[in-house]
Design a protein around this ligand. Structure first.
Ligand code: GLC
Ligand code: MG
Length: 684
């Protein structure tokens, strides 16, 4: 309401009502000439007494002077609600702050992107060829980003695409700051990365700190003894026939090659075209760190550190002990003939990796830009060596070292063996660390070929329901098989040394559809390796929407894993292991739904009796079976049936937890509990 002031000492309200109570503040405080301030106070007091009764009949009005306002506001009917509101606001604010602090303090840390999504390995030569030269490329990967979306996969590791003479298909790097023209250009890379980030995908690069190509500029400067580069590689005196020692290359034969230019031998733990960098030289480490910065500032989200255990060698260059001391030295030619006491896992190796990691940390601090590191080291039975790559509670190293134990699953098809391999990791992993599982990569046979087709689904089920990050090699989601390679088709240098070592069989083109070249190259009729003949039935297009297909099941399990807290956050407990069955459960305190996995890795069908497991309800309903006709089936817990190669995910409801009474059978990385009523997680 507006009002019009009149000089008369009253005010006329805009809608014509005269408010007699209006007193101009000036009038009240205006002292008559020659009167003292005390007189004025007395006058004011008496005026207030008079006014009190007048005001009592008048409603408060907008624009009333301070004195009038105070008069009203001190009345109980105004004061009390005001005070109540004031204290209510104070209390609410304090409560809100307290709740926020409590939630922050009680919440378990958020999981990182590298924990939530599986890591998908793209072998760029074989994924998708966009220009028809028969070799996959970066633009090809960009064309296929939808595939990751449809699989609910966010983390993509791309094997090397650096400029390279391709002796080891990119693991022999000529320029660590450039893209090989076979794979595209730096612009292609930048576009791919931008497109991936736009789609919420993370790009993990392969990083090769142990060696370069013999065509790298550094190597040429080193063999010509340029003073700055002289010690960039590992050189030793020798002559064309007498090598410095008995060390052998992973790819076979001596790991020393005589260089005529320099008149010395250089070390190569892999091909002779892959000379080992001298990581003891600070200038070399500085070069490597600069390259890490180069790619991190381009925005890559992490690195897969290649062949890290080979980074340092003993400087004394003594012979390594032979596995069979009676073998004639000239027959000592393979990795398996020697104990690698002086060429792998040398003291100082972890300091180097930790230094790399420290260089990555500032980039990780950018909000939402965590940079991830995974290390590749095959330590076989020396599991404690692998665990070192987790770093220490105080010094960070890799987020996890690759866990290769499940690659041995096909060696012995049984539930006990599966449990043994899983437990190798779980019982040796440092407390609070995050596990991971690899069932295939570009160096190892595909599951369908090593284990047999009938085990592909159950192995994927294991991979996606264990705690930690699963790794999937391209094609495993559709159950691709190895191809057969004849001696004249061999591409892999390792296969040229010995055909049975060839890694070509697991590197065949990704099977996209039933068209020409399975959609890998739809421009010309060339592919760098033959396409598997089963591509008409085993491909992404046919499997995508077909319920019960390997890919459909992969997708279902991956989505379940990401949607259901017991899988990402919960306990992992062994329930049973025998000749056929490996059974375990996933549960979370306070979460009503829990999951029982019954996986048959054996050769026979089995009836599993879990009646002694008190925590399980009597009736168990199958949420998903690898054999989809069994979906929804209900079993008594005393008789859970599975065929050889069948896996079951059983969902059941109970608040009774298994882990409290089976502490030695259970693991959790970071303890968390769930408050069902409000749906939040808290530390417990
Ligand atoms: C790693 C790679 C392998 C490569 C070797 C040498 O083991 O996975 O493919 O040949 O390192 O770089
Ligand atoms: Mg080395």
């Amino acid at each position: 309401m507006s009002y019009i002031r009149k000089d008369s000492g009253s005010v006329e309200l805009a809608d014509g009502i005269r408010n007699l109570g209006f007193q101009d503040a000036d009038v009240v405080t205006d002292f008559p000439p020659h009167s003292s301030p005390r007189d004025a106070v007395e006058r004011k007091d008496s005026a207030a007494e008079i006014d009190d009764s007048v005001y009592a009949q008048v409603e408060p009005y907008a624009g009333m002077p301070k004195e009038v306002l105070l008069l009203y506001s001190s009345q109980a009917r105004y004061r009390v609600p005001r005070e109540v509101l004031f204290w209510l606001t104070v209390c609410c604010t304090l409560a809100l702050v307290a709740v926020t602090v409590a939630i922050i303090a009680l919440s378990p840390p958020c999981l990182g992107w590298w924990q939530i999504s599986p890591v998908y390995q793209v072998y760029p030569r074989s994924f998708k060829d966009s220009d028809g030269d028969g070799v996959g490329d970066l633009r090809g990967i960009k064309e296929k980003l939808d595939h990751f979306h449809s699989l609910n996969i966010k983390s993509i590791w791309i094997s090397p695409f650096y400029r390279s003479p391709m002796k080891d298909f990119g693991y022999d790097v000529e320029d660590f700051r450039d893209v090989d023209p076979l794979f595209g250009t730096m612009e292609d890379f930048e576009e791919l990365l931008a497109e991936m980030h736009k789609n919420g995908l993370k790009l993990i690069m392969d990083f090769i700190p142990n060696h370069s190509s013999d065509r790298h500029r550094w190597f040429n400067l080193s063999r010509t003894r340029d003073p700055l580069y002289e010690d960039y590689y590992v050189w030793a005196d020798c002559n064309a026939t007498k090598k410095p020692n008995n060390w052998v290359s992973i790819f076979g034969n001596s790991s020393w090659t005589y260089d005529e230019v320099r008149g010395q031998c250089y070390l190569h733990q892999f091909l002779k075209e892959q000379p080992d960098l001298n990581m003891r030289n600070p200038a070399v480490r500085k070069e490597i760190i600069d390259i890490i910065h180069f790619w991190l500032s381009k925005g890559v989200d992490g690195f897969r550190m290649d062949a890290v255990k080979h980074m340092l060698e003993a400087t004394h260059l003594r012979d390594e002990p032979q596995v069979d001391p009676n073998k004639p030295p000239e027959e000592v030619t393979t990795e398996w003939d020697l104990f690698h006491d002086y060429t792998t896992s040398q003291v100082g190796l972890h300091d180097i990796l930790r230094e790399f990691r420290a260089e990555m940390e500032p980039y990780s601090r950018e909000p939402g830009k965590y940079r991830f590191m995974v290390t590749e080291s095959y330590d076989y039975e020396e599991v404690e060596k692998t665990m070192m790559y987790y770093g220490t509670p105080l010094v960070k190293e890799s987020d996890f070292p690759f866990n290769f134990y499940l690659l041995d699953l096909p060696q012995n098809a049984s539930g006990l063996w599966a449990k043994h391999l899983v437990d190798l990791w779980m019982s040796n992993m440092p407390r609070g660390k995050w596990p991971n599982w690899v069932v295939g990569n570009h160096d190892r046979s595909r599951i369908a070929s090593s284990a047999g087709k009938m085990y592909v689904r159950v192995i994927n089920m294991l991979l996606l329901t264990l705690p930690g990050t699963p790794t999937t090699y391209y094609g495993e989601e559709i159950g691709m098989e190895n191809i057969n390679i004849t001696a004249d088709q061999v591409q892999d240098p390792f296969g040229k040394y010995n055909l049975s070592n060839s890694r070509d069989p697991q590197r065949s083109p990704m099977q996209w559809n039933s068209d020409m070249n399975t959609g890998f190259n739809n421009l010309t009729n060339i592919t760098w390796l033959p396409v598997h003949p089963d591509y008409k039935s085993v491909n992404v297009e046919v499997q995508k929407d077909s319920e019960g297909s390997t890919m459909f099941q992969y997708n279902f399990l991956n989505s379940l894993r990401q949607a259901e807290l017991p899988f990402l956050r919960g306990w992992f407990c062994y329930v049973q292991a025998d000749a056929n069955i490996f059974s375990y459960l996933r549960e979370l305190d306070g979460h009503k739904e829990a999951y029982l996995m019954v996986l048959n890795f054996g050769k026979q069908s089995a009836t599993t009796d879990l009646s002694s497991v008190r925590e399980l309800p009597d009736q168990l309903k199958v949420l998903m079976s690898t054999n989809s006709i069994n979906n929804g089936k209900v079993f008594q817990k005393s008789g859970i049936q599975t065929e050889a190669g069948e896996g079951l995910v059983i969902r059941y409801s109970t608040y009774t937890r298994f882990h409290p009474s089976h502490a030695t059978e259970c693991y959790v990385s970071e303890k968390a509990c769930y408050l069902d009523t409000v749906g939040i997680l808290y530390k417990c």
